[in-house]
Design a protein around this ligand. Structure first.
Ligand code: ADP
Ligand code: ASP
Ligand code: MG
Length: 424
């Protein structure tokens, strides 16, 4: 067992300790790496202690995955992680090399050197602790410390990766472990918007968003922050900002909820095409059936999202659920034999679906939000296939060809383009 190092306090007389993370487009080539390095040096010259987490160059992780698939249909997970971790090794070394060339003291650290410990779930490893001693040692030498994002090391010394977008999590976890004064996620947009600005030109940048809303937005498809990074930020109270690498705008602060936020019923719209739908028809409606269907799926580590069971007619019902598209084939292989055993009729599947969601902490105190959502979708002729709700979100599964239209329609329906009126 590892000791959890998150409780360590950084006992150094720092002006401020800042952890910054730069994503793939921000370090996409030599010029961009130099641009990022110059930004970092400016903050360092201002007297801040700097820890910089970098992603691989944009497109590199995909390129590596495709390379692996050329040699193996199902690449071995351990070896795949060894391969994928190289993307970040390239950027951190180039970055530190550039800084050293400018006479700035710098050191790059890979996960085993930065002591980022994870479990052994290759491809989706979870950070279980960080021993910050080495990072602190480098900071004491007044070096700019650069840490490879997305990668960790397990108890046996094997390289692991944290899942797509995982460099955000590396940065926030390090910020939590160091009790940094600020964690800044630099990307290709200048903050968190009411929805993806690439889909909806009317999207509005938010000055602030609550941890809980950001968690929902991330889990429902807004890839601007990886979900686990938000979880860390919330749990360890990390002051988190999302900013652009290409402007000086302060961006969006992700922070604890307050009264002003609670007054706004809907603060964002999220959209995802990552799920597929499975329907089992004429399922016998009696105790024990659901567990027989879902247990093998859970045991295969497949995350089931929405589940809908209809009212039964003559003791038979239809059961529909969603799973990640990448897990659809495996899911079908698991449920088909059970379907036969229990005497259900057939298994249908559909990959052409999208999930559109509205999110807002103010939903707790405002009635009629769901009906406004359904009304807006129906006015545009968009049929709802499935619905799920939680305290602060409502999601609808629709045909994927309507996904982007639905985002724009909902953005208009809740007037997200305009900032909410300020309370006097
Ligand atoms: P990076 O490579 O820097 O980690 P990502 O591509 O992972 O960047 O995340 C940034 C992208 O997230 C943006 O380019 C934008 O298209 C998308 N995005 C989705 N939803 C939102 C949102 N609500 N606000 C801002 N960006 C969003
Ligand atoms: N390079 C990894 C990815 O593309 C991690 C990251 O960029 O955050 O998913
Ligand atoms: Mg990202």
């Amino acid at each position: 067992m590892y000791i959890n190092y998150f409780k360590n306090r950084l006992e150094l007389p720092f002006v401020s300790l800042i952890v910054q993370k730069y994503g793939g487009t921000s370090v996409a080539g030599p010029d961009r790496i130099a641009n990022v390095a110059n930004r970092v040096v400016k903050d360092w010259r201002d007297g801040n202690k700097m820890v910089v987490v970098l992603s691989a160059m944009s497109g590199e992780t995909d390129r590596l995955i495709n390379l692996a698939k050329e040699l193996a249909d199902e690449p071995d997970p351990r070896e795949l992680d060894v391969l994928l971790a190289t993307g970040e090794q390239v950027t951190v070394s180039l970055f530190s090399m550039f800084l050293r060339g400018q006479g700035v003291p710098a050191a790059s650290l890979l996960s085993h050197q930065a002591c980022i410990y994870t479990d052994r779930s290759y491809g989706r490893a979870r950070i279980i602790g960080i021993d910050t001693a080495r990072i602190r040692e480098e900071l004491k030498k007044n070096r700019v410390v650069t840490v490879a994002g997305f990668q960790g090391v397990d108890e046996g010394g094997n390289i692991t990766t944290l899942g797509r977008g995982g460099s955000d999590t590396t940065a926030v976890a390090i910020a939590a472990a160091l009790k940094a004064d600020l964690c800044e996620i630099f990307t290709d947009v200048d903050g968190v918007y009411t929805t993806d600005p690439r889909i909806c030109p009317k999207a509005r940048r938010l000055d602030r968003i609550s941890y809980d809303e950001m968690l929902e937005m991330a889990s429902l498809g807004a890839k601007v922050l990886e979900i686990r990074s938000v979880g860390f930020a919330k749990r360890y109270d990390v002051p988190l900002r999302v900013r652009s690498t290409f402007t000086t705008h302060p961006g969006t602060l992700v922070t604890a909820e307050d009264e002003e936020m609670e007054a706004i019923p809907v603060s964002g719209v999220a959209f995802s095409k990552l799920d597929a739908r499975v329907t089992i028809t004429r399922v016998p409606d009696r105790p024990g059936i659901a567990v027989r269907l879902f247990k093998p799926v859970a045991e295969a580590n497949i995350v089931v999202d929405m589940i809908i069971q209809n009212t039964s007619i003559d003791g038979l019902t239809d059961l529909t659920f969603t799973v990640p598209k990448g897990d659809l084939h495996k899911t079908l292989a698991l449920v088909k034999p059970v379907t036969q055993e229990i005497g259900a009729q057939q298994v249908l599947s559909d990959e052409n679906i999208a999930k559109v969601s509205i999110i807002g902490v103010g939903m707790r105190n405002n009635a009629g939000i769901a009906s406004r959502m359904f009304e807006a979708l129906s006015a545009s002729g968009i049929n709802i296939l499935m619905i799920s709700t939680s305290e602060i979100k409502i999601s609808c599964v629709i045909e994927d060809k309507y996904g982007e239209l639905a985002v724009r329609v909902l953005h208009d329906a809740f007037d997200l383009e305009n900032p909410p009126p300020k309370k006097k």
